[in-house]
Design a protein around this ligand. Structure first.
Ligand SMILES: C[S@@+](CC[C@H](N)C(=O)[O-])C[C@H]1O[C@@H](n2cnc3c(N)ncnc32)[C@H](O)[C@@H]1O
Length: 250
């Protein structure tokens, strides 16, 4: 009987091909199967794969490129069967002794379908060997684009999905020096409405496609054009308030 293959979660970074790690590239070149998440069934429209292909020589890849459909909807009658089919496709290959790499945009541990897949596969193959290959995440790519550090000294930062509960922001603003609002593309208007009366609009910077060729940075949320409100984060930086240097001067 074949030994079960090993499963890798491979982060490919936030957009720029040359920000991929050597380890990610080497694994994509050499594994038996590279599993690629696609948004629309049969469309091969994978952002992660587009990033990988900037540096990966796909002609000389050893393995199979396997597209897995992860629909972009919250309708469980669509997502559950699709995600189960994706898990089964991987199980059959792993059981055949093949080593599989599942690629993710950014880092696999940060808001990625990988979290779901890992749970599903652990249920089906309890002794499965797993390795997570970390990568540059949007959480650090965005501050690189704004050139505003996340935190220093005694400062604290947090990461929250903007699409779920921006009513939490006033409380978080009290507690943290920097807030990273992930999935902020469609939340620009409600964010302006919340931050303007608080006098904090000038602390917000909007970044889409950080490090990619089409990177956009807006230091005034009111200037973000509708068509750019996609694949974006807002960095809310209120750091000067209690940074360590200021404390030292008190
Ligand atoms: C499903 S999450 C994936 C996060 C990814 N695993 C990571 O480590 O960055 C997708 C969200 O991350 C943010 N994001 C990812 N890459 C980005 C980039 N290059 N520039 C700006 N935001 C990005 C956007 O808010 C996007 O809606």
């Amino acid at each position: 009987m074949n030994k079960t293959g090993k499963l890798y979660a491979i982060g490919v970074g936030p957009g720029a091909g040359d920000l991929m790690t050597l380890r990610s590239l080497r694994l994509m070149q050499s594994l038996d199967v590279i599993a690629i998440p696609e948004k629309n069934k049969g469309q091969a429209d994978s952002f992660a794969w587009a990033i990988a292909q900037q540096e990966l020589d796909t002609e000389s890849m050893r393995g199979e490129a396997l597209y897995l459909w992860f629909p972009m909807t919250r309708d469980v009658s669509i997502t559950v069967p699709a995600w189960e089919a994706a898990a089964e496709a991987l199980v059959s290959r792993l059981q055949a002794g093949l080593d599989v790499g599942f690629i993710t945009e950014g880092d696999p541990s940060v808001f990625s379908t990988w979290a779901y897949l890992q749970e599903e596969l652990a249920e089906r193959l309890p002794n499965l060997q797993v390795e997570v290959v970390p990568a540059v995440s949007s959480i650090t790519a965005v501050p690189a684009a704004t050139t505003i550090p996340l935190a220093d000294g005694e400062e604290r930062f947090c990461v929250v999905p903007a699409t779920y509960g921006i009513e939490m922001l006033p409380r978080l603003i009290e507690e943290f020096d920097t807030l990273i609002l992930i999935k902020a593309g469609r939340m620009v208007k409600p964010l302006i409405e919340m931050l303007e009366p608080m006098g904090l609009l000038h602390c917000a910077t909007y970044v889409s496609h950080a490090t990619g060729e089409n990177q956009q940075v807006y230091r005034d949320l009111r200037e973000v054009p509708e068509e750019h409100r996609y694949f974006a984060m807002v960095q809310l930086s209120i750091r000067g308030r209690k940074g360590i240097l200021r404390r030292g001067q008190q």
